[in-house]
Ligand binder design. Sequence first.
Ligand SMILES: *Cc1c(COP(=O)(O)O)cnc(C)c1O
Length: 496
Amino acid sequence: MTLAYQSTRDAQNTVTASQAILQGLATDGGLFTPTSYPQVTLDFGQLKDASYQEVAKLVLAAFLDDFTSEELDRCIAGAYDSKFDTPAIAPLVKLDGQYNLELFHGATIAFKDMALSILPHLMTTAAKKHGLENKIVILTATSGDTGKAAMAGFADVPGTEIIVFYPKDGVSKVQELQMTTQTGANTHVVAIDGNFDDAQTNVKHMFNDAALRARLSEHKLQFSSANSMNIGRLVPQIVYYVYAYAQLVKDGEIQAGDQVNFTVPTGNFGNILAAYYAKQIGLPVGKLICASNENNVLTDFFRTQVYDKKRSFKVTSSPSMDILVSSNLERLIFHLSGNSAEKTAELMAALTHHGQYELIDFDQAILDLFAADYATEAETAAEIQRVYESDSYIEDPHTAVASAVYQKYRQSSGDDRKTVIASTASLYKFPVVAVEAVTGESGLSDFAALSKLQEISGVPVPPAVDGLETAPVRHKTTVAADQMQAAVEAYLGLDS
Ligand SMILES: *Cc1c(COP(=O)(O)O)cnc(C)c1O
């Protein structure tokens, strides 16, 4: 029997894994979500010696069960290769009192590479499977990292076009240049006058616009998504939680069966949701600690069960988490509501129309799996400094948010189970913040900070940022948030 992926907003809308990946978002506005979980045997006696690719095969075969074994082998081999700078793919580093799972060894030095290096392979395989003749147009809103990682994956992939929108003032200089220097004839990058939520909302509108879909179809085009709303992003993220656990067993840090906590720096709730799914297939997970920056809408939600986006948006030093509408929370809401599409649709409508909702009847056991807190800008900087002093290791600001929240959690809860911090970006992605936290030196440019960081850390500058300063800028378009659709129509020739 193949696994069904159901829209969170319509119980009648169910598809297979490959269809869910092709569509990206459900046309009713919901997200395709598993309603039952595959049986997976997690034998850590064996898995402790398995490669990342082997763990990926186990997890992907279970969740993406309408792909053949050969198809998955090809996708995995194409994704997790020398684009990563270490054969471990996601190394686990032991620090004083915590383990950092480094998810930033791919082409764009942020954790988005973990899933976006395989998504184009899964999508083109799914397209072939279904005899799709339309060209796939990947439409993506990015808070900085998804856009680059998606373009790195999709650049010059036949049968695809990719359009990325990012908030003009919401990304670091390194992030912006990584995107605007992107090569590939099928890549398009647009800055918008607005924040990430504006970008994401307008992208969702385009997905849900039936008239626009029909016009695309006339031109033999169809949208799909590279955001974590696409289940093809989430499933590959389950892999590294299983892999991290296997490494802890291998290193003798835990016995197979011991519970482990995961602390995840959270924005759109995709990464931590993957950890939740890892638990559903039997990974011994203790707490899932949801770490936010000063945009702490999720902290409030877990404490009060009220989700209230009516608050001021803050630009912080961890921009990939500067989000007020966390899209993947919808999937957890669906599970918390007993997989009820009706209730989920109601709550999401309340969010759209009133800017908030309150969860009334919910599954307490699911909620109890989570702990949540946030770190202020000052706490984040102090944590970078603390870890540097104790371990001579420099965390990026996103990782430091998680690390700071974990320290607070451990002190207040007394929970001393082994804890893994999802380390989502290389120190080189946000160099100014890291240098200032460690040395107190402020006002440096991104590139002056890069060389300074190399001096302090001894970690070589990765190819992803080396040479960025002088690379030709290819994408220079800025539009108002309400002109995003016009930009898409122009790129796709729909306006002619
Ligand atoms: C995207 C991102 C996050 C947030 O992950 P979500 O899956 O959106 O919760 C955290 N850190 C970095 C560096 C990111 O790029």
